[in-house]
Design a protein around this ligand. Sequence first.
Ligand code: GCW
Length: 714
Amino acid sequence: MRKCLLLLLLVTITLYGHTENGYDLWLRYPRIPAGPYNNQVQQLTASFYLPVTSPTLQAARDEVQIGSRGLTGKMAKPASKPHAHVPLLIAVYSPEMEKLTGIPPADTTGLGEEGYLIYSNSAGTRLRITARTDKGVLYGTFHFLRLLQTRQSLENLRIHSQPRLRLRLLNHWDNLDRTVERGYAGFSIWNWHTLPSLIDQRYIDYARACASVGINGSVLTNVNANATILTPAYLLKVKALADVFRPFGIKVYLTARFSAPIESGGLKTADPLHEEVRQWWKNKAKEIYALIPDFGGFLVKANSEGQPGPQDYQRTHADGANMLGEALAPHGGIVIWRAFVYAAENPVDRHMQAYNDFVPLDGKFLPNVMVQVKNGAIDFMPREPFHPLFGAMPKTPLMMEFQLTQEYLGQSTHLVYLAPLFKETLESDTWAKGKGSIVAKVIDGSLHSHSLNGMAAVANTGNDINWCGHPFAQANWYALGRLAWDHSLTSEQIADEWLRMTFSNEKKFINPVKKIMLESRDILVDYMNPLGLHHIMGTGHHYGPAPWVNDQRRPEWNPVYYHRADSNGLGFNRTATGSKALAQYSPEVRALWEDPADCDEKYLLWFHHIPWQQQLSSGRNLWDELVYRYYTGTARVKTIQETWNTVRPWVDRERHEQVRQLLNIQYEEAVWWRNACLLYFSGFSGRPIPGNFEQPDKTLDYYKSLRFPYAPGN
Ligand code: GCW
């Protein structure tokens, strides 16, 4: 019986190829087919010298062994002594090493704490990885393994790489009960209950994956914070994770609930100017650093969506942030204070509230405080213009906040590659210091000379076997790390690398699938939020379309607040005749978007209320263009499905099938978005969906009646 099963398994594997479940992410290290490249890699990894003097170097050595075993079938053998003929040498740079191994004089200046050099001889038979620090060596090792996995030439290499951003973080919105706010890939990967005694292999693999793309910090807990994480028992659990992550160059950070001194400290107030409160935080910081000497710091959401904060005591965000900054400073920690604030009592356009609150505070934050700004002013929409705070707070280091978990982009059932979205923001010109003052330069500190700088993204990981739910959602985690390391990489380069490592090096696979990835975000925008529409999704869970919702307690929780459809037209007038939000941008930016006649159409309804009959650049009027976009977006999902079917020969059965089924869901949901939105807006435009388009088979009432009481992540 056993034998039969084994045989069946073997047959299945031979018939369908190696079965995969996605757990290995882009660190699969599949066998390089026999041939010259395989021979070269075998020779290069036959023996390697990597002196292990720290857990970080141990991690590098382990990875070389895991990688070589997978790629060549033979595990690289560590050499006991360094010598000039060792094919692969991986070590922190030292003059002695240079002498012993014949490393040509290397310029390690400018490499900083995390950079590395990779170089090889012209035959590619000797390769050296060196850095100023152990961390640099580890990053270099991952880069080397990436070269092998993506089949790059190993000859005559001269790679000099160092991160453009200092802090490259994931923000986990993970709760202590293991639910994940806006998580669509299962429960939290942190099992708080069994920590600190049980170290799940997942923690280690998470750290490997992060380090392989240069992510160097992990905020473990939800910004809607729970003060329990700061209690002694939980800090021991945090310490256990910090110990796992440290060798991989990853620091842990926690979210600090502003009212923790009351909730967990028994104080009567959390007023940041109250001496007892300040002391409480200082003691807490001391307690944390005694356990975790390299603790990164606190991420704080305050006075936003019901979270406590300094304004509860008539203090400013700066008062609150500086109190924490003062507590962390003696230990080298930092405060990341979020700018995502808006208040129900405030009738001002939500788009403007963060700017109004924060710009007056520029220059008032302590040097170890950063302000973390979402890419756009509303909330991780499928497409948003860049946040007006970028460029507007020259004296404050601003950290980027992107979102990997696709809260508003199909959650984990839609294939959407986010690098183009990230790049669109990063390359937007703020004009803060004239032309070329792009957002990337604001956040890398080069525009306003800040040495504290960084990029964070809300993580999309969970305990699903493949980590992210959708196999292609892994690409977004990957892209975030790569862009935080080097924001000048193109979306295409990143997709190419990721596809090669995650699926296959076969051109017939890569080219069409890369195309899908690169187009996917625009396609989603068309079937969900074309022409600058935004925030018209289902209330609460944010799943599916619900532009009709108008009964929420807070005005800006209602989709009708954002689209403003009426019999005259559609869109939110944010110009001088409307909410005036445009005035928060530099005059040059304003000029780009102010006039509806030449405003970039991707932001048209974001900034303007446009009459239904107005003619757009296509020659179609607004209503017809809207119809056209919704239908085209949906039709293009069909094209993605067709392409995916053609690449079946190059993908393992398991993941091919999973993506195929997910694409079916994506198509159905695109149709749902299209039909629901067009039927609803048609009630305002007074025009039907033209007869040449396939007509919705359900009524608007049907779409309105749908309920999703258990939609995930809510
Ligand atoms: O996007 C919204 C989400 C909230 C989230 C909030 C934030 C963590 O719907 O779930 O809360 O943004 O970023 O603080």
